[in-house]
Write a protein of this length. Structure first.
Lengths: 618, 375
């Protein structure tokens, strides 16, 4: 059976060989908000072009990470090649490059956009445009991509395609004359979309005779084959056996294999201008290749690299520590490999008195942080302790130095600090009118400054606020969703640093400061945060053999105090019939449970304590 | 000298908190006695001898018919011997014994009775499903005295649903004024697969919280000490000379042999546990095989840890340094130096040149200290 499938794929490829001509190629991506039906639409496109038979189709082929399926989000870029016989009886190669929908991953979006000439803008016919969609469309327009509006879910009873059409015109400012009404679920409009892709998206430009320039837009590590680079050839060609050079690192390799995604990898002899595929070149060291780099030929190198991506600076940092200290090397290896797939991830070794050896890691946002953490735990089977996230603070010292602080523990003493500044964001929140009041309250509460309010249509508004990024880190998103019954969406961009009256809040357990529990917060909030945090910790830290005072302090001043009372009772009961094995096993189980805690001085701290600050209610 | 335990897996009714292996008393007692004698024949040939202690536990051994008890003892007598120096205990529940029965078992050599009272309030007894009243307990005790038992142990439980500290102290006061030579007190544990667990997991059973239970534990201890009992083991109090030798065998981590379904043995460095299923127990024995559910051979580290863990339960005797050294060739003070230092510094352990033991404040939280000795 496998053989037949393979044969069919080969046949597909060979019968369309002539279409490797650039005119027969269309490279496109799909821009959509989470839940607006991007994955279903992609599945239908794959199905309609017979790329995979129905039997081979797993639901939502593109979201192939467990995590993505569970959360219904796309994190990792994927690419798939569709063969489509259009009305003109010609066969076209349509390369669909998937894009992530979440604000944290706009960086990834810019990567896929750079490999495309066009984009399907998918908008839910009930919900209308959401904040992230808006951000991504603007990004696509910046890249000069052809946009094809697709209004999805028209089968729903409450669908209002005309309102959405108007919204797209008013808000994004593009014509919707060619907008396609579609229901990916019901298979309505799929043919029209395929035809529009062929008709409206221009074929890639590029010259096969020029020196090779291929953009690495993604990569992943395969334990058997080494690094697999996802490439889009712009000029020249990349062939099996040729010597290539990575232009950023100047490292040279020999191409073992090139091919396309059907979606499984299908080797073909060469990739020509405009083509999207993969390249395997025996690259074993993850540091030798970089997403955004340009591949050229060693013998006939291009003079210039392709423009790289918008470089995004991680703004969210946290400590990642192995629960067991001897797993440090495994964590480092796993981070090295993840970095290959995710060039936005930053990490460097750090040491904590409480947690031992670990890494300070930088992320694009909170979801990115969670995703990395979960991938480390699932794919690399690591047991991790994560410290509460913080942003990157700027400190001007009394000695005239400018420092960037990514860890509260490395903040200089307060008498050495002249000024401190924290990153601010411009946040756009799209929400139904009835929730404006509660949302404004939330933003004010989080030290936000109101900037603008604009009606999208008669019922929906865009609220614009300037907020400290740190305020968004702590359950802002959850609040946003719960206060709007799930209807609000958020997008933000960092707009720069602003001075703020910030202090370091330390937590002392049994009189000893625990470095991994410190945080930097606005001085107005120190008191309430300190109180909430000590109270939360009192609930999280189990009773031990003696009273444990928990103190929150700013400098030498204790601002809140709680006590975990000593354990009063823990005795194993009667030993009927002398079954001592059973009693011992109960003790062993208890001891095993303790191993998951961190010992700081004489105090045992459960892992969740290090994230407690995220969960406090002030 | 040997310690022998016999498990009698029958009760008139099952108490709502009990997770030990027992069945409603029935016609199966004959099959049980027959199988037990087979097991005696099996084990007795390798491990027979003079008994230092002999213990019938359950279940409710006192609900076994006198003839069956006699038959079982007869079977045991082929390999084991006992006399008036043997500590021979039978557990009994009020309502299952009368004076004639008690006189009869006294004549078979039983010299110690362990009577389950648990609480001195009928309301608590009903909730526990004990199937007897406080008055019936008093009658049973009176009968025991008349039958010539001068060594009687009484069980009580604290931390019962809706039990107050006052209730518990009333129970202990009642136990002491009954003249018990030995008192066993246990904190209630809501064990899975019991009716209490069902209720508890549905939120229908409210037990006192840890602080309240700890208060009962401490007040109860103070009271019993004041009344002249010594707390020779975490859960056991005795007037001078009435400490249970059978129990001490367990805590000293010495060998014992167990017979009957679900009974455990510790012999030749191995721990065995019998199947907790009467028909499997009888058919396995009938097929000529030992009815084992599990068997483990302890390595030295585990065995040492067990010796410490069990020894620490003995609040006066503690872990004997010389005995330990002789047994394992290792000085426990040196071997566990770090752990012992830590707990001594915190005031939970103390040691003399001869022994290591828990301090008074460590008693309520003994498990936390014990588990640190595990490998």
């Amino acid at each position: 059976m496998w053989y037949n499938t393979l044969k069919r794929r080969h046949a597909l490829f060979y019968c369309t060989e002539r279409l490797t001509l650039q005119e027969g190629i269309r490279n496109f991506c799909i821009i959509a908000h989470i839940d607006h039906g991007k994955s279903t639409l992609a599945d239908r496109l794959i199905e309609a072009t017979g790329t995979l038979s129905q039997r081979e189709m797993m639901e939502q082929v593109l979201d192939n990470m467990d995590l993505e399926r569970e959360r219904g989000i796309t994190i990792k870029l994927q690419a798939v090649r569709l063969i489509y016989k259009a009305k003109d009886e010609q066969e076209y190669i349509l390369n669909l490059i998937d894009t992530p929908g979440h604000v944290d991953f706009s960086y990834e979006v810019s990567r896929s956009l750079a490999a495309c000439e066009g984009a399907l803008l998918v908008v839910d016919a009930v919900q209308g445009i959401e904040a992230q969609t808006l951000a991504n469309v603007y990004l696509a327009l910046e890249h000069n991509l052809t946009i094809i509006p697709v209004i999805n879910k028209i089968d729903l009873p409450s669908a209002d395609p005309e309102r959405v059409r108007k919204e797209i015109e008013d808000v994004i400012g593009i014509s919707t004359d060619n907008a396609i009404l579609c229901s990916a679920k019901e298979g309505i409009g799929i043919q029209e979309i395929l035809d529009a892709i062929v008709r409206e998206i221009p074929p890639p430009s590029g010259d096969a005779k020029k020196p090779l320039q291929a953009l690495v837009f993604d990569s992943h590590y395969d334990p058997y084959r080494g690094v697999i680079s996802y490439v889009r050839v712009v000029n020249g060609e990349i062939r099996k056996g040729m010597k290539i050079r990575m232009m950023a690192t100047n490292r040279e390799f020999e191409v073992d294999d090139v091919g396309v995604f059907t979606p499984p990898r299908l080797p073909i002899g060469a990739l020509l201008p405009g083509m999207v595929g993969y390249c395997i070149a025996g690259i074993k060291n993850v540091k030798d290749t970089r997403v955004g780099d340009t591949i050229t030929s060693s013998l006939n190198p291009a003079t210039e690299a392709l423009p790289g991506y918008r470089k995004i600076v991680p703004m969210v940092f946290c400590g990642l520590y192995p629960t067991e200290n001897n797993h440090y090397d495994n964590l480092r290896d796993a981070l090295d490999k993840l970095k290959l797939n995710d060039s936005s991830l930053l990490y460097e070794p750090e040491t904590s008195e409480a947690l031992g050896f670990g890494f300070r890691c930088g992320f694009l946002g909170l979801l990115h942080m969670e995703v990395v953490q979960e991938r480390l735990e699932r794919e690399y089977e690591l047991d991790l302790i994560t410290t509460a996230p913080n942003t990157l603070y700027r400190v001007n010292t009394t000695e005239g130095q400018e420092l960037f602080i990514d860890n509260p523990a490395s903040l200089p003493p307060s008498n050495k600090i002249e000024t401190m500044a924290e990153p601010f964001v411009k946040a756009s929140i799209i929400l139904p009118e009835e929730f404006i009041g509660t949302m404004m309250e939330l933003c004010q509460d989080r030290r936000g400054t109101f900037k603008n309010m604009e009606f999208l249509d008669t019922t929906r508004v865009v609220l614009t606020y300037e907020l400290p990024l740190s305020e968004i880190l702590y359950d802002f998103f959850d609040q946003l969703k719960s206060r709007s019954r799930g209807y609000a969406s958020l997008d933000y961009e960092v707009i720069g640093y602003r001075d703020a009256d910030l202090v370091k809040l330390d937590i002392l357990l049994n009189g000893e400061p625990v470095d991994a529990l410190s945080c930097i917060i606005h001085s107005d909030r120190a008191q309430s945060k300190g109180r909430a945090l000590t109270e939360k910790l009192r609930k999280i830290i189990p009773r031990q053999m003696f009273d444990i005072p928990i103190q929150a302090a700013v400098g030498a001043k204790v601002i809140a105090r709680e006590t975990v009372k000593a354990m009063r009772k823990d005795v194993l009961a009667k030993c009927y019939g002398g079954d001592i094995s059973r009693k011992r096993k109960l003790l062993e189980k208890q001891k095993e449970g303790k191993k998951r805690m961190k010992q700081v001085g004489n105090v045992e701290i459960p892992q969740e304590a290090f994230m407690a600050i995220l969960k406090v209610d002030e | 000298m040997l310690a022998l335990y016999v498990h009698v897996p029958f009760c008139r009714s099952k108490c709502a908190y009990c997770d030990f292996f027992s069945l409603p008393i029935s016609s199966q007692t004959d099959a049980y006695a027959e199988a037990l004698i087979r097991e005696v024949n099996f084990k007795g040939s390798s491990w027979g001898g003079k008994l230092d202690t002999f213990y019938f536990g359950g279940g409710t051994p006192s609900c076994l018919e006198p003839e069956l008890l006699a038959a079982v003892l007869n079977g045991c007598g082929r390999f084991f011997s006992w006399d008036c120096n043997t500590e021979f205990t039978v557990e009994a529940n009020p309502g299952t014994v009368n004076r004639r029965y008690l006189e009869y078992i006294r004549s078979l050599g039983v010299n110690r009775l362990s009577i389950g009272l648990q609480a001195a309030q009928d309301s608590h007894l009903r909730r526990l499903g004990r199937g007897h009243s406080v008055a019936e307990f008093s009658r049973a005790l009176e009968d025991a005295r008349s039958a010539g038992f001068i060594n009687v142990s009484i069980d009580a439980i604290y931390g019962l649903p809706e039990q107050t500290c006052v209730d518990y102290m009333e129970t202990l006061d009642f136990v002491v004024s009954s003249g018990a030579e030995h008192v066993s007190v246990y904190a209630l544990q809501v064990e899975s697969d019991t009716p209490f667990y069902e209720l508890w997991s549905q939120g229908k059973l409210i037990v006192p919280d840890d602080d309240a239970v700890a208060e009962m534990m401490l007040k109860g201890r103070d009271f019993l000490l004041k009344q002249g009992y010594s707390q020779y083991e975490i859960s056991n109090f005795a007037l001078p000379g009435f400490e249970s030798r059978h129990n001490m065998t367990y805590w000293r981590n010495q060998e014992y042999l167990g017979l009957g379904p679900s009974a455990a043995s510790y012999i030749g460095g191995r721990r065995f546990v019998n199947i907790a299923d009467l028909s499997a127990y009888t058919t396995t024995l009938a097929a000529g095989k030992l009815p084992l559910a599990s068997c483990e051979c302890l390595d030295q580290e585990r065995s040492m840890a067990e010796t410490v863990i069990l020894g620490l339960r003995m609040l006066n005797e503690g872990v004997n340094r010389q005995t330990f050294k002789k047994r394992y060739g290792v000085d426990p003070l040196r071997h566990y130096q770090q752990i012992i230092d830590k707990w001594c510094n915190l005031g939970f352990l103390e040691f003399t040149p001869d022994l290591i033991r828990l301090t008074a404040k460590a008693v309520p939280v003994a498990s936390q200290i014990q588990l640190t000795f595990l490998p």
